[in-house]
Design a protein. Structure first.
Length: 422
């Protein structure tokens, strides 16, 4: 079975392409089942975040192009629409890519820790859907171990740099004193929680948390002395917000141009800083054209992020070295699978011979033959039968001058090493 990683991310595709092929929580199980129904697809994990959509497959004969076609068909798109943005990695390159993703080396924010949790969640979802097997199970467990080592042995995660941190840094540039400002956070996931934490640490005056599940909004708001509302109440409180950061899994925009225009009128055109971290976008793009609105998407945060990631570059190089070492380790395990069937067949053959010779020896004992003579018979016959085929093949290789096969036999059987130990 071969390994394939296919997808696109913030480096290869703009947000308007990425948001068209995301897999939300409500469709991911169906997508996994659909992909497993494709000929040759034995295992699959789908990783879908605001910055990337990636498919990891264990394949038996399926062409890469067929997976690309499935991806475009599933989302009702022409293959030509997404093909220029897709990357494809096979075998060693696929392993290396997954390790880099899980360690945060392929993220918009170098070394950001959230991606590891997202990779774990993607694997758990696939595992619960019975979409994983021996290959991907071993690969993802290996990945989690390597990511832990990178976090432990390098300083890749020491600097407080993330999309949420970048958003708050921008807010501080626009509003010099956050203690006088109100922030509305839409969503209650990990990124929003990080944003709330950073805002709280920088003395934000007030936090409003809006979420589809009010209980979750209350839980998050209580951590930071905030106020919780449902998504349907956003329009009522929108005019209170100086800072709006949104990150939900909604397939449709949460905030439209009309609602923001109404809020601006109530605010008497005081400026509003808005960050849309979601993919698909939570805030209509047209909102950015309004006066007194500073709207940023995840792509716009890149410049801010670059300024805060320089300290991680040296740690990233150390992480790459660790990843290269563990990529080779996993490749060794992968190559060993080719020998498994040979070993199983050889052991099966030896066990069959053993059972036959043992049965005859037991009959000898039942017929009253001397036990010592029977044991000698068993040892002699068993040795001859097990060594017969390899001895014949080695003799034939010598007759035909197949020196490479003779050297391989010498390496495999380690005859000289055994003799030296006697």
């Amino acid at each position: 079975m071969s390994l394939l990683a296919l997808g696109l991310n913030h480096k290869t595709a703009p947000v308007d392409i990425r948001e068209r092929i995301t897999f939300g929580p409500d469709i991911i199980a169906g997508a996994l089942r659909s992909l497993l129904e494709q000929p040759g697809v034995g295992e699959v994990v789908i990783l879908s975040t605001c910055n990337r959509t990636e498919i990891y497959c264990g394949l038996a004969g399926t062409e890469q192009e067929e997976i690309s076609q499935w991806l475009s068909d599933f989302h009702g798109l022409e293959l030509e629409t997404i093909s220029p943005y897709l990357y494809r990695h096979q075998g060693k390159e696929a392993i290396q890519h997954l390790l880099q993703v899980a360690c945060g080396l392929d993220s918009m924010v170098l070394g950001e820790p959230q991606i590891l949790g997202q990779v774990k969640a993607a694997y758990q979802t696939a595992n619960s859907a019975k979409a994983t097997g021996k290959l991907l199970g071993r690969l993802f467990q290996h990945t989690f171990s390597v990511a832990k080592q990178v976090r432990t042995d390098t300083a890749i995660g020491c600097s407080p740099v993330s999309v949420a941190f970048a958003a708050v840094s921008l807010a501080r540039q626009i509003f010099s004193d956050l203690s006088q400002q109100t922030a509305m956070l839409i969503g209650a996931g990990e990124t929003i929680e990080l944003a709330a934490r950073h805002l709280h640490q920088h003395g934000i005056g007030r936090i409003i948390v809006a979420n589809r599940t009010l209980e979750r909004a209350h839980s998050l708001a209580n951590q930071f002395d905030g106020y919780a509302i449902s998504l349907t109440e956003i329009s009522t409180h929108l005019s209170e917000a100086d800072i709006i950061i949104s990150s939900t899994a909604s397939p449709l925009p949460i905030l439209g141009k009309g609602a923001v225009e109404s809020a601006l009128q109530k605010r008497r055109h005081q400026p509003v800083f808005m960050v849309d971290i979601a993919v698909p976008r939570d805030i209509e793009a047209e909102v950015g054209n309004l006066n007194d609105v500073y709207l940023y998407t995840v792509d716009d945060l890149d410049e801010v992020i670059q300024e805060n990631m320089r300290s991680r570059q040296e740690a990233a190089q150390q992480a790459i070295e660790i990843i290269e070492q563990h990529t080779e380790e996993f490749m060794g395990w992968l190559r060993s699978l080719d020998a498994v069937s040979i070993i199983q067949d050889y052991r099966g053959q030896a066990e069959t011979i053993r059972d036959q010779v043992l049965e005859r020896s037991l009959r000898h004992l039942k017929n009253g033959k001397d036990p010592e003579e029977t044991l000698r018979y068993l040892a002699h016959t068993l040795t001859n039968k097990i060594l017969h085929t390899p001895s014949t093949q080695i003799r034939q290789a010598g007759f035909q001058g197949q020196q490479s096969l003779l050297k391989a036999a010498d390496t495999l059987l380690k005859i000289k090493d055994i003799n030296l130990k006697k």
